[in-house]
Design a protein around this ligand. Structure first.
Ligand SMILES: NC(=O)c1ccc[n+]([C@@H]2O[C@H](COP(=O)([O-])OP(=O)(O)OC[C@H]3O[C@@H](n4cnc5c(N)ncnc54)[C@H](OP(=O)(O)O)[C@@H]3O)[C@@H](O)[C@H]2O)c1
Length: 243
């Protein structure tokens, strides 16, 4: 069976969960990874109810041993096969540099960039070992492309992740590994914004929030591209976005 590993899975109305559901609907066994067991179990339940295959694994994207174990477990059950790996972990880390604790900046970088290295390294190790290629996708943000006042920690980690992805795209293309990056340029119409910042969400309205399924379409588009017409990057934003 085709296999996907997706890390950074939270609430059902969130990008990680929707990515898992979509790739399961395409017939892949999805390894649903993140830090919160209850959230992962809910996503697995939905996938199974819809007739798909999924397994929940609690793993912190910044923990080398846990990431190695995640890939070993998932590929062992698929006779080494790994078709898709998606790095979606990342929470916004606002703050002014002048006030910022070093540990806060470092933790932002650990989740935003270092975790992407650990995850990407394991993905290419397994995909090159089985000689079948695969797709490795990263979730980006406006921060991937632009520095912005009061978001220096987040901007710098997301920008580092994008450049890592680009380097890996060039390094592993000859192994038939398609590395891609999706720039989500604006707020997502999911639980993080709707529940966390309800007034902001209301002010933006449906037209001002990026549609979850539309973002998932971008990931699926990269996954489905033929080897003779690969994109590195797709960006998605609403018609309201001033960029
Ligand atoms: N929300 C937005 O408006 C927006 C806009 C642009 C880009 N993005 C990007 O989109 C991605 C997430 O989308 P989302 O906001 O809809 O959230 P989501 O996909 O629903 O959830 C992402 C999950 O990542 C998990 N996570 C955080 N740190 C982790 C770690 N060290 N190891 C494993 N999992 C970890 C968190 O779960 P736990 O806390 O339970 O561990 C979080 O719920 C991020 O890469 C973010 O930068 C979001």
């Amino acid at each position: 069976m085709h296999t996907a590993i997706i890390i950074g899975v939270g609430p059902q109305e969130g990008l990680g969960a929707r990515l898992c559901e979509r790739f399961a609907s395409l017939g892949l066994h999805v390894w649903v990874a993140g830090r919160t067991q209850d959230s992962l179990d809910s996503v697995v339940d939905i996938i199974k109810t819809n007739g798909g295959h999924a397994t929940a694994v609690v793993a912190d994207a910044t923990d080398e041993k846990q990431i190695e174990a995640l890939f070993d477990q998932a590929t062992a059950e698929a006779s080494g096969r790994l078709d898709v790996a998606i790095y979606n972990a990342g929470n916004n880390t606002p703050g002014r540099i002048i006030d910022m604790e070093a540990a806060y900046f470092e933790q932002s970088w650990r989740v935003g960039a270092f975790g992407g290295f650990l995850f990407g390294r394991e993905a290419v190790r397994h995909m090159t070992a089985n000689n079948q290629g695969g797709t490795l996708l990263y979730t980006g943000a406006s921060a991937s492309l632009r520095g912005r006042a009061n978001f220096g920690a987040f901007n710098s980690s997301k920008a580092a992740l994008r450049i890592l992805a680009m380097a890996m795209a060039k390094e592993y293309a000859e192994h038939h590994i398609h590395v891609g990056h999706v720039v989500i340029d604006g707020p997502i119409g999911g639980e993080k914004i709707m529940k966390g910042f309800p007034e902001y969400a209301e002010k933006l309205g449906e037209e001002g929030l990026i549609n979850l399924e539309g973002i998932v379409d971008a990931f699926q588009y990269l996954y489905k591209q033929p080897r003779t017409a690969w994109s590195f990057e797709v960006d998605v934003r609403t018609s309201q976005e001033r960029w």
